[in-house]
Design a binder for this molecule. Sequence first.
Ligand SMILES: *Cc1c(COP(=O)(O)O)cnc(C)c1O
Length: 441
Amino acid sequence: MTPATESSATNADRNLALFQRAAKVIPGGVNSPVRAFKAVGGTPRFVSRAQGAYFWDANNKRYIDYIGSWGPMILGHGHPAIVEAVQKAILEGFSFGAPTEREVELAEAILALVPSMDMVRLVSSGTEAGMSAIRLARGATGRSKILKFEGCYHGHADALLVKAGSGLATFGNPTSAGVPPEVVQHTLVLEYNNVEQLEEAFKLHGPELACVMIEPIAGNMNFVRASVPFIKRCSELCTQYGALFVFDEVMTGFRVAPGSAQEVYARSIPGFAPDMTVMGKVIGGGMPLAAFGGKRAVMEHLAPIGSVYQAGTLSGNPVATACGLATLKEIGKPGFYEDLSHKTQSLVSGLTGAAHAAGLEFCGDSEGGMFGFFFFDALPQNYAKVMTTDNKVFNAFFHGMLDRGVYFAPALYEAGFMSAAHTDADIADTVSAAAEVFKML
Ligand SMILES: *Cc1c(COP(=O)(O)O)cnc(C)c1O
């Protein structure tokens, strides 16, 4: 029996068999919760291989991939230049625990594209980068309190697993067991895009704030842009009160524009630049690599020259940096972002047209190779609104698309990702599959 002739029942069984086997040895059967399909129900697909815009599950069923490892695979899977760079690097050695020229090259390449940073330090995950950025902000300012916004995810450092307390005078409550309330007592959580609340919070706590951290285009509540006035006011208040404004661009970095989301905002706010930036995902091209950086005066507080400790056995790993460098080289080619944006826009407008034709409320938005869509008539401005999405409708859409070989994020609060490998035909197939599914909702 060739894989192509296998029945869908057999297909479901192989993924299910793996999931059941996994659940015996890995909590929940997965190494990161969203992979378990808990939000949408059903059996997670176990990926066996990927190429270009597609991956195949344990039964050899093909999917058009719109998660791209949650962002890193901006070139699609198995890009020849990336494969070659990684193979070459592997032959030279996996890890040394001593500095390499490639780390310097990658740091230079990142700084050349994101001029708000004078220096950068490489780490292995976005969580590590975000956690280190906060420690550095606290060390550099000598202040303890930090401000974040509801719906923004900055990794799972203890101080960030927090939801708003009651009222602006109180700080957060933990959202995870194992995080003592004392650990989040310095974290203030505000509503995204709410300028009034922001002003109020600064009046109360401004002089004690080490930093304000934000996902400028939030991809962890589907796709919600911070408004230009909101970013502008955050920046002004940080300057006025001596807090650092930290852009978490782990998802948006090199995903939405060559200069990342800060370039998008600088088009509307002349001279705008965050004080610090956190990067991940695309800069590793699919290998474990992340970074945080900022102005020299801030970054020089880091060990070994400064008093803020931060370290990592595999930081700046030679194979990961080869992968990241090769990725940055490809996305630096002329017209890369124009092509990518055009594809993303055509997907979002195709989906919107098909949904409207089926009489559904629907809207979407995108920037570069990142997109989101909602079963609403207007784009939401904050997390509370995103979470009013009808779960049943979203889940039926997700599974209808999955059955038709299109893999969107298995949760209504996650963004989607286009790659350079997606073709117009892939997008047309996606839209016609969606047109069928929309009619059934
Ligand atoms: C993915 C993500 C993180 C965490 O990165 P990991 O590599 O998963 O630890 C942090 N911030 C944002 C905005 C992200 O999208």
